[in-house]
Design a protein around this ligand. Structure first.
Ligand code: HSE
Length: 294
């Protein structure tokens, strides 16, 4: 039996749309066993009732991609999936299923594919690399996707970073959140994001974390996506009023992350923004995961 544990991930991290992601200490666990016939899928944990338990299950579909690539087809499979990562909240739940599926299938076949090949496959399934790469490798991963290849650089998440993750009870599909993005952007917005994304990577790599306040700003996706939910717009307006610059939409949203490296006294201000929201919000305090899938 193969057993894997895959971390949640936060993508974009403000300005790094579709290219910067980090792994977090929240996990899905997947057990896979080859059997003599049939497909049996059991799902427990977070959002288990909303997850397909047949041929449409994402872990299973991702395993098939590996089997197709190496020309193998097991007679039967038993998959047990236990989710800690909430679904469709911007915390990489689909990336965890994809990375878990391709890694487990590869292991089941004696590991014919290397990490880079698994990343290419996972990126093809997900459509962009910024969640699947950190789910696979852990840490912070900066990646760039060309037609045939995803190139990346990985480095550890600084130990002192603390992630306060605010997760709403309502979900938001990545498809819907990508649907509101503009076809064209202003040159000055592109220049703004290039500067912030570069500063973000440099600050994380060098440990000059006091630069993060400036680096986490975005003009490519957040301004469009916060309009999808009244509460998101109110919370980001509240952050602006309180001068809280270390807050960003996790992935496509709707979860919000307050990134803290020293300013504990400001956390109260962040929490206070949720008091009058119509939906329920859950808070988790996480750290960076530097291991990736195990
Ligand atoms: N980079 C992706 C997006 C992450 O923002 O749409 C969500 O899967």
């Amino acid at each position: 039996m193969i057993k894997v544990s895959v971390p949640a991930t936060t993508a974009n991290i403000g300005p790094g749309f579709d290219c910067i992601g980090m792994a977090l200490t929240l996990y899905n666990e997947i057990q896979v066993e080859e059997t003599n016939k049939d497909l049996i899928i059991e799902v427990t944990g977070r959002d288990a009732e909303n997850i397909e338990k047949d041929e449409n299950n994402l872990v299973y579909k991702s395993m098939l991609k590996v089997f197709d690539k190496i020309g193998y087809r097991p007679k039967g499979l038993k998959i047990k999936q236990h989710n800690g990562i909430p679904m469709a909240r911007g915390l990489g739940s689909s990336a965890a299923c994809i990375v878990g599926g391709v890694t487990a299938a590869n292991k089941l076949c004696g590991s014919p594919l290397n990490h880079d090949q698994l990343l290419q496959l996972a990126t093809e399934i997900e459509g962009h690399p910024d969640n699947v790469a950190p789910a696979l490798f852990g840490g912070v991963v900066v990646s760039s996707q060309d037609k045939a290849k995803t190139s990346y650089v990985r480095f550890p998440v600084p130990e002192s970073l603390k992630f306060i993750v605010a997760i709403p009870a309502v979900s938001l599909s990545t498809k819907a959140a990508r649907g509101v993005l503009p076809e064209n952007i202003l040159f000055e917005d592109a220049v703004f994001n290039v500067g912030k994304a570069s500063l973000l990577v440099a600050a994380l790599m060098s440990g000059e974390l006091d630069k993060l306040d400036v680096a986490l700003q975005d003009r490519l996706h957040q301004p469009y996506r916060v309009k999808l939910m009244d509460s998101l717009e109110k919370i980001f307006n509240g952050c602006r009023d309180q001068n809280l610059n270390n807050v960003f939409l996790s992935g496509a949203g709707p979860s919000i992350i307050y990134l803290n490296w020293k300013k504990d006294e400001e956390e109260k201000g962040f929490y206070s923004l949720f008091k009058e929201m119509s939906e329920t919000w859950e808070f988790k305090t996480l750290k960076g995961d530097n291991k990736g899938i195990v």
